[in-house]
Design a protein around this ligand. Structure first.
Ligand code: PEP
Length: 231
């Protein structure tokens, strides 16, 4: 099982306190995705640390971006790619997501690439089409790379307190896995009180956690639920 905490543009918890709290949780790959300014502190605390995004070039005139070799030099293990906030607010396309993912994997980073439909797309019965388009773009660029994980994050469930039902998550995960056979995390308002039922589903390989990852105890409780789910 994999549990990744996306701190977004928040300071997040104390890395050393978090590292100590999750150290003995068995069977779970615990990952943190802090803002760039906290990457080094998280690495030094012994946490498996991912960036929240990564560019496809090694260097160049790309203001505000960071490259795979730069992250590797800090001891960063991987990166999120294609989070819905990047797609929604910064115009990232499926082609951008595929290019970022491919370059990061080639450089030796691990990647959690995010896919998911909006409320409007779900209401219009377009969920399957949207997921196919998003996953195909990644698959065509990288295939089932062993350092690649996908996260199914329905946009309507992110930061809203609305979680997909375990059945709905399972259905989407099974579709995604039929398109690209890699682990798939669920993301969208995962909390200590709903984590166990989501992660009990066979096609749910862990969680990508936003808000609840900002608190050591709630994030640790989700990691513990992941540990129990496959024991
Ligand atoms: C996320 O940011 O990836 C996320 C799932 O956020 P939240 O858990 O707050 O919905």
């Amino acid at each position: 099982m994999i549990v990744a905490g996306n701190w977004k543009m928040f300071a997040g918890p104390d890395p050393a306190a978090l590292a100590q709290r999750v150290a003995d949780i068995d069977g779970v790959d615990v990952i943190v995705c802090p803002p760039y300014i906290s990457l080094t502190r998280c690495v030094e605390a012994g946490l498996t640390t991912y960036a929240q995004n990564v560019h496809w070039e090694d260097e160049g005139a790309f203001t505000g971006e960071i490259s795979p070799p730069m992250l590797l030099a800090l001891g960063v293990a991987g990166s999120l790619v294609g989070h819905s906030e990047r797609r929604q607010y910064f115009g990232e396309t499926d082609a951008d997501v595929a290019r970022r993912t491919e370059a990061a994997l080639e450089a030796g980073l691990r990647v959690i690439a995010c896919v998911g439909e909006t409320r409007e797309q779900r209401d219009a019965d377009d969920t399957e089409t949207v997921l196919r388009i998003q996953v195909d773009a990644i698959r065509d660029a990288c295939g089932a790379h062993e350092q690649l994980v996908l996260a199914y994050e329905p946009v309507w469930a992110i930061g809203t307190g609305l979680t997909a039902t375990p059945e709905l998550a399972e259905e989407a995960h099974a579709l995604i896995k039929s398109l690209l056979d890699v682990p798939v995390l669920y993301g969208g308002s995962v909390k200590p009180d709903n984590a166990a039922e989501l992660m009990a589903k066979p096609s749910v390989d862990g969680a990508l956690v936003g808000g609840a990852s900002l608190d050591v105890e709630s994030f640790a409780a989700i990691c513990e639920a992941a540990s129990r789910s496959r024991s």
